[in-house]
Design a binder for this molecule. Structure first.
Ligand code: SF4
Length: 177
């Protein structure tokens, strides 16, 4: 675990901490946010509801892993009304998370990446016309799995601040060594 935490910090995450998949509690109330379609991925990706399966399916998927690491990016924006700054931080966080997951996937037999926002592995998702191009690497969001990001951070000992000029984004990689 130490080497993955060290690598995460070297790659630029603000914080990284061990995550116990058994403690993750998927909630219907969180999954319900997806249906509001605020992020634009609902019904448009294999990694998001409804294609990613029921809450029970997601719970079984995350609980099948013995270990995990939480990866957090915290940033401050100049203008607290600027959506562009959120997009820029989100792009950097996602790129870092995908690069981290790729390193884990190259070294370990089983890895499940859970992201911040919908899957961006491909420029355009094949959903619903063709199968997912990378079913072993696709990235569902923590929220799609019914996981409340602030609670996951707190349970991992990381303070979650997202207000005013502070942006906090969290992703995870669950794994088996
Ligand atoms: S890996 Fe590609 S095809 Fe699969 S869910 Fe992600 S974007 Fe869609």
């Amino acid at each position: 675990m130490e080497k993955w935490i060290k690598l995460a910090l070297e790659m630029g995450f603000t914080e990284a901490a061990p995550l116990d998949p058994a403690a993750l509690r998927p909630l219907e109330s969180v999954r319900a946010y997806c249906a509001e379609e605020k992020c634009g991925y609902y019904g448009k990706s294999w990694a998001c509801p409804p294609a990613c399966g029921s809450l029970e399916d997601c719970a079984a998927r995350v609980h099948a892993f013995p270990k995990g690491v939480l990866l957090v990016t915290q940033a401050h924006r100049e203008d607290e009304s600027s959506f562009d700054e959120i997009i820029a931080v989100s792009r950097r966080h996602k790129a870092r998370h995908y690069a981290f997951a790729e390193k884990m996937q190259a070294a370990l037999p089983r890895v499940l990446a859970l992201g911040s926002g919908g899957c961006s592995l491909c420029e355009t998702c094949t959903y619903p016309d063709a199968p997912c191009r990378h079913p072993d690497r696709m990235v569902s969001s923590l929220e799609a799995c019914g996981l409340q990001v602030a609670d996951v951070c707190r349970d991992c000992g990381i303070a979650y601040h997202y207000s005013g000029k502070t942006i906090t984004l969290a992703s995870a990689c669950l794994f088996e060594e």
